[in-house]
Design a protein around this ligand. Structure first.
Ligand code: NDP
Ligand code: KPL
Length: 321
């Protein structure tokens, strides 16, 4: 089994390095200054226990790879980049290639299933950071992350079992689950706070706005008839497996959307996190004003190059109407 990690940022970079470190065959697909730095210097992984450099093969495009049977594509770009990436992938990768969505949100799997028959969802509990070209950070040790997975829309097969086993060899916890999307919907509810994390940072009390955003999320899922893993079950699964520790004396700065603003990428994943709830609300007659505002403000901030932490939670609640 060869792992093609498409989108070698925080999640893809650390995942690729950990799989390569466990002796698996890995190719990264990256772009821009990050690709140049990986090709020139190798991929640097910073972790609480220290820094390692990994000379991993890196391609600029799926077309640079000679795809063979046994290749598995791990999608690790943010949701807004998935469709474009899938189109490039589908032009060159065999249609039976397993496509594994190591991503937040619930829309990636459906998009992949239009083009590929074997699609897998992963519930990504995996704190990682990417702020400078060539460098990614793995915040949790000794377990790097929890990556339970299953076939989309449901089921478990030999491929899911084999990928989970490879992940377990590579410092991850991974359980194949027939109902992976139920876990991913719980994670979606959690990720509704990503835009608030990006807009407000973590210094002020965000509990009111987070509670409202999540209430809207649960109401929209209920109206759509979508069930999710109970919070208690999710908490039990996590237990204290993730041990987030400082790196170079610094605490984790912010989540994946915060990092989009910090890196000034010009885009953010909010349409696929808060926007998923807004979409369900519109389809099923549930008002979701806080998610809609968070989605809009996050996009405006990304487009304008506004740094993270420029809003306050109170200001966001004032703007809701
Ligand atoms: N970071 C975290 O701690 C966690 C993240 N997640 C989820 O994991 C997913 C990935 O997030 P994260 O790793 O943080 O994101 P990053 O932005 O760090 O990494 C994504 C990478 O994919 C690259 N990319 C996008 N499209 C292409 C393409 N067509 N070709 C080559 N490279 C491409 C991006 O390049 P560029 O920078 O040029 O856009 C970027 O380097 C998201 O769904 C996120 O929500 C889940 C749990 C935790
Ligand atoms: C839960 C959280 C915020 C953890 O990093 C995450 O999933 C993300 O960064 O996208």
């Amino acid at each position: 089994m060869r792992f093609i990690v498409y989108g070698a940022g925080a999640i893809g970079g650390v995942l690729g390095a950990r799989l390569a470190g466990a002796g698996k065959d890995v190719v990264l697909i990256a772009r821009g200054a990050h690709l140049e730095a990986i090709r020139r210097d190798g991929l640097t992984v910073e972790a609480p226990s220290g820094r390692t450099v990994h000379p991993i093969k890196a391609a600029a495009h799926p077309a640079e790879i000679e795809w063979t049977q046994g290749d598995v594509a791990l999608l690790a770009m943010k949701g807004m980049d998935t469709e474009a990436a899938l189109r490039e992938l589908a032009a060159v990768a065999p249609p039976e290639t397993p496509i594994v969505c190591v991503q937040n949100g619930v829309a990636n799997e459906r998009a992949a299933l239009r083009m590929f028959a074997n699609v897998y969802g992963v519930c990504v509990m995996f704190p990682a950071t990417h702020l400078e070209p060539g460098v990614v950070q793995a915040q949790s040790e000794p377990i790097t992350g929890l990556l339970d997975l299953g076939r989309y829309p449901e089921g478990v097969d030999d491929t899911a079992e084999a990928i989970a086993a490879a992940l377990r060899d590579a410092t991850f916890e991974s359980v194949p689950r027939p109902d992976i999307m139920r876990w991913k919907y719980t994670k979606l509810l959690m990720n509704l706070g990503n835009s608030i994390d990006a807009l407000c940072g973590r210094d002020e009390d965000r509990s009111d706005v987070l509670a409202r955003i999540r209430e809207e999320g649960e109401a929209a899922l209920a109206a759509a008839g979508i069930t999710f893993t109970p919070w208690e079950t999710d908490r039990e699964r996590r237990g204290d497996l993730l041990q987030v520790k400082p790196i170079n004396g610094q605490q984790r700065s912010g989540g994946s959307s915060w990092q989009s603003l910090a890196r000034g990428t010009g885009s953010i994943e909010a349409d696929y996190l808060n926007g998923e709830i807004v979409l369900l609300g519109r389809l099923h007659g549930v008002e979701t004003p806080v998610n809609e505002l968070a989605r809009r403000l996050a996009n405006q901030a990304a487009r304008a190059g506004t740094p993270p932490g420029s809003f306050t939670p109170d200001r966001i609640l004032e703007l809701v109407h």
